[in-house]
Every structure is written in C-alpha cells, then in structure tokens.
Ligand binder design. Sequence first.
Ligand code: RIB
Length: 275
Amino acid sequence: RLKGGTSPLIGVLIPSFRMPFFADLIQSMQVDGPENVDLVFMGANEDNLEASIYSLIERGADALIFGRPIPEHQKMIEFLTKRNIPFLSLDQSADLDAKDQVMVREWQGGKMAARHLMELGHKKITLLMAEQMTDNMHQREAGFISALYYEGIEPIDNVKTQLSKHGGLVAAEKIMATGATAVFTLNDEIAVGLIRGLYEHGVNVPKDVSVVGYDDTDYAEFFVPALTTVRQPVQQIGIDALNMIIKRLRDPDLPQQNDTLELKLIVRESTGVPR
Ligand code: RIB
C-alpha cells in the first residue's frame, strides 16, 4: 500500500455494471490507468450503498472514488474523514461535495446538442430525460434548454423515463405524441431504446425524427442508424480520477483538485434535416 510505499487499494463505486458508460469507465481505469494501484469495483444501488462503502473499508480500501451520488453524504463524509480515507467524486460532484472532483462541461454538452439540431433547421424539439436525474444530468438538460431559449425556441414537453434502453423503448409513443421532429435524450442507452421504439411504430430516424444521444458509448457508432451523440472523454475521466486520488494519498494537505473536461459533438446518422 502507498502508506507503506507501494500499491494502494482503491474502491470505486458505480451505479451499475450494466450501464455502458460505467463499463467504459472501468475499462479505462483498468487498462489505461496508472500502474501500481489495486482496484475494487462495486455496483451499488441506494439500498446497498452504505453497506458497500463499509465493506470496501473493511477490505482495506485506502481511498474511494464515487461514480454515483451518495444520499446523506454528510454522514459519509464525516465517517471517511474520521478514518483519514480520501475520496473523490467523478461525473456528479455537486451531489457529494467532495474535495476532489472530475467533471465534464455538462452545460456545454447540452448546448452543443441543441445547436446541432437548430442548425439542421429543427424548431419542434423535445427532450427525453430520466426519471431520476443527478446534478450533472440536470446541468446537461439546462444547457440544452437554455440554448433553445436563446434562439427563441421553446422545447415541447419534457418526457421522463427510466434510465435504460427499455426506458427509451417504452417512451416512443409519448415522444410521437409531442409532434417533435427532434429529440435530445439523456444518454445513448435511452437513445437506442427510443430509436427501436420509433422503428416499431413505423417512424424513421432520422427522416421523420432526429435523435441525439449523450456519452458516445462504444456501440454508438455501430448502431443503425449510427448515433449522433455528445462524446464524454470517459477514458480521461478514469485516468484523471485515479491520478488525482493517488496524489491525494501522497499528500493529504494538497489544495482541492478540480478537473473539468471538454465534451465533443459527434455527428453521425441519427440526425438530419426536418421533414
Ligand atoms: O450513461 C450514464 C449516464 O450517467 C452518463 O451520461 C453519465 O454521465 C452518468 O451520469
């Protein structure tokens, strides 16, 4: 361990192993992250979150990385601080108040998606967001909506669904009912589910409806139609988070470390001009 000189054990908590964004994140930490760290990944939902944190500590974790929000985080912060266990948050810092954070420019990401759709000529635009939104997700939604308002376009409705492919699939009818020619979805998973649902109702993407995803998970370019999406620098997020926590372990008195990474719009086949 680092305290003794060599590899620290770092516990990483994510919401689920099934979400492609987090699978990509794990891959980046394991394959591209610094050597000389031992990693333990845990998928934790709200019910087993506290138990997962305690179990990581019992197993000897020297530091924790939170890739999901921590409800009642004040209690958790006190617990970890008392035990001198450093932690950082990635992806959703404002939900945790962590000292060290790796974030992306979510607001800009939402704005990029909106501008792309407006440049194509869309005016009837809606959003398909998640029922449970974390702080970073709210920021991407707000960036999207404010970019529309800036150009005098009011979004039609704002449909909510489960954060999954199935969530996208079952939202297709509601999206069709909005009459929108373009949809911004919270992430790629919802986007591919939605495209499938629209297809089952005879609605073609992008001819009838354009869809923009978010994340650029590894299947986005292989899907038909290939997804237009906002690329998250997931590899960099993983590498930076590990480097940051190692620095913190080496020097607990370092000033707060903040890393805010850029996003990029990747234009593929799921968006086009409105009918
Ligand atoms: O795909 C999962 C989503 O949840 C990502 O957009 C990521 O930012 C996380 O918050």
